[in-house]
Design a protein around this ligand. Structure first.
Ligand SMILES: [Zn+2]
Length: 52
């Protein structure tokens, strides 16, 4: 929390940092980018859980 790089301004509740990865808080999927993690979370928030 104290070692944030300059571009990480706000903490998102959509994912958690896990080392170099981002974990979706809904499905616990480990993703390699913040964008992917947010997209993953948003896909759950859209309504029912839909698995491809
Ligand atoms: Zn997810």
């Amino acid at each position: 929390m104290s070692m944030n790089p300059k571009n990480e301004k706000i903490k998102s509740d959509k994912y958690k940092r896990d080392g170099a990865k981002y974990t979706c808080v809904k499905c616990k999927a480990k993703l390699f980018s913040k964008e992917d993690a947010e997209k993953c979370f948003d896909s759950h928030a859209a309504g029912e859980t839909k698995k491809p």
